[in-house]
Structures are given as structure tokens and as C-alpha cells.
Design a protein around this ligand. Sequence first.
Ligand code: GAL
Length: 394
Amino acid sequence: MESKKFSLLFLRAKLARPGALLLAVGLILFAAHAADNTLVRNQFTPGQIWHDTAGQPINAHGGGILFHKGIYYWYGEAKSGRTFLPDCNKSWGGTRVDVTGVSCYSSTNLYNWKNEGLVLRAEPKSPEHDLHTSKVLERPKVIYNRATKEFVMWMHVDSQDYAAARTGVAVSTKPTGPFRYLESFRPDAGVWPDNATDNEKKPGATNTFARDFQKGQMARDLTVFVDDDGKAYLFYASEENATMHVSLLTPDYHHTAGKYARIFIGRSMEAPAVFKRAGKYYIIASGCTAWAPNAARMGVADSILGPWRELTNPCVGNDADKTFFAQSAFVLPVPGRENFFVFLADRWNQWNLPESRYVWLPLEFSATGDAVLSWRDAWQLPDSNQSLRAAAQN
Ligand code: GAL
């Protein structure tokens, strides 16, 4: 009893000192924060730090989601370490981090994500390797090949100055890897696009895709899309980022098949995210302003190789012209919730790239079929019998 009284007095005396008080408040705040990191989540909070089930910030940028046997897998760029400032001697003026690899997280409900580790690793000892630390690895996307039972990862690999502009491919027998890197290449070497005119194909033609005819087409920001019939397609910013291409993949999904089209010619679109709704194909993309946000672009087509028709920016409300300070990465159709899509985007922090955040928003369709993206501070997936609009207002 005496000793309890003594310690209480002692504590009171300690707390009376401002330094000790601050310390106590700090400890309480730290404890509350640590608890919050590991909270089980039941809502999305776009733009906030998103912790995994171990309480660490999720590190999966420019990513995409694969749904396989009841589990969602989120793959993305693992960005860590120092952000390097622009090298003024190069034509490229953006910041960068060293390549570490591709991360993977798994979830059964899209809110709570378990870190599955790096499923494709950088190759720090091989300066010539596409995955060497000094190079660029962006926008990894994984698709599942039902025929070969293989998981195939496509990614943008590049030289530090972004001049190489190539696609890289890696494969795994398990969604959680490890993925085996196959190669990189420029798509569709020696093949003309389906929709090139005779004039554009004439010997001596000076257009960009004719220039790159022999060595293959430039490929930077990309995504892959698997259609209902199992055919897969690669969408990528090509022709110095001025024009997007869509290429059919080979049946094993390891390569482009030599059939492709030019879409959104001269519109300088990148960060493509492709999905299908009610028999039509949709794309959401961005303009080309490096890490800085701009107004989202959208397009629709009846046939995946086109023609594609450009729609207006689906974002509405404040900061719609900046896509809510984010850039498209993926659109996820949520299984079991018909007609419900989640728009996944990156809010880049160009001066500290690992601090970049995620902006996930519900993608709604109006009665007339127009897509709408509006900002939410917090929102939940609709129950299967609840309308999205009602759920999104939660
Ligand atoms: C963006 C692109 C990103 C990354 C960045 C580099 O335009 O979408 O994936 O390449 O430029 O600045």
C-alpha cells in the first residue's frame, strides 16, 4: 500500500514537469497510432496511408489486381530508399528510386492486405540486366492463363533515361511467386498496325511507327487485359508516348502475337486501365505530365482493337481536372457484385516516391451509361443487394 502511494506520488511529481507530461502524451499518442496501424479495416480512405495487416504502409505502386480462387492479389512497384533528383544532363526530367522489384499483397475483402513479399526481385549484381537497380520497372500487371495454368506478369522496363521503352515478361506457377523473368522486347517488330494506311506504310515514310518497324514499337506505360474468350491484349503508350497501341498476345501470353492497332492517335495518353462492361470495352488513362496529375481520359469501343471513341473526363467535382491528384493504374470489376468497378490510382509524391499514396474510388455508371468518378473521404463496397450509390454515401 505504502509503496503504491509512493509510486503514485512519484508519478504525479514526474508528470508535473512539462517534459515528463509531453513524454506521457507522446507515449499515449504513439500507442494509439500503433493500434490504428493494425486495425482491421472495413472501408477505403483514399489518399490516406494504407497499412497492411502487419501495420506497415502498403508498398505497391502503379499496380494491378488479380482475383484468383477467392483471393485478391495486388501487385505493384515496391518503391523504397532515396528519391533521386532529376539528372539535368538527360532529356528525362523526372525523379526516380532504385529498382527493388515487384511486391504482392493478398486479401479476401479488398480492405485488409497481407504482405506476400517481393515476388520479382531486382538484379543488383548485373548492371546489364533489365531489372538492375539503376533501371526502371513500372506498372507491373499479372494475368492468369487458364490454358497453361501460369501467372504471367507484364511490366514496363526501361533505361534510366526512359529511352529503351520496352516491355518485360515474367512467369510463375503460383500467384505469390517467385516470378521467373523471361525477357524484354519492343512489341510487334516487323509488323504493320491493322489500321495503318498505305501511305503510312510506304518505303521512306517518316512516321514514328514506320521508324520503329524493324526494331519493334516503343512501349512505356502499359496494362494487360484478358477477354472473356481467353484472348489477352497489351495496351501501351507508344510512338514517343503520342499514340497508344493495343496488341493481341500469343496464346501463352508470353509475347505479342503480331496483330495490333493504333488508338487515340496523337492524344498522348498513358497510365492505361482497361475493363469491359455490358459487352463494351472501356479505357481510363491520363495525359502525359510525368508524376504530376492531370485530367483523366476515357474511351469506349465495341471491339478491343478499335475503333475507339474518346469520352469526356469521368471525374466530377472539386479537383476533377487533376483526377483528385492521382493517376490511373487499374480498374477492378468486383466479382459477385455485378456492374461494380473500383478505380485504382496513384497519388504520386515526386520528391519522395515511396511516400506516394493510393486513391481507390467507386466507378459509377449513370442510367445513360456515362461513367462517373467522384471523390469520397471514406467509402465501402456495396453488399450484393445494396446499391453502390447508397453504399458510397456511408
Ligand atoms: C508517368 C508515368 C509513370 C512514370 C512517371 C515517371 O507519366 O505514368 O508510370 O513513368 O511518368 O515520371
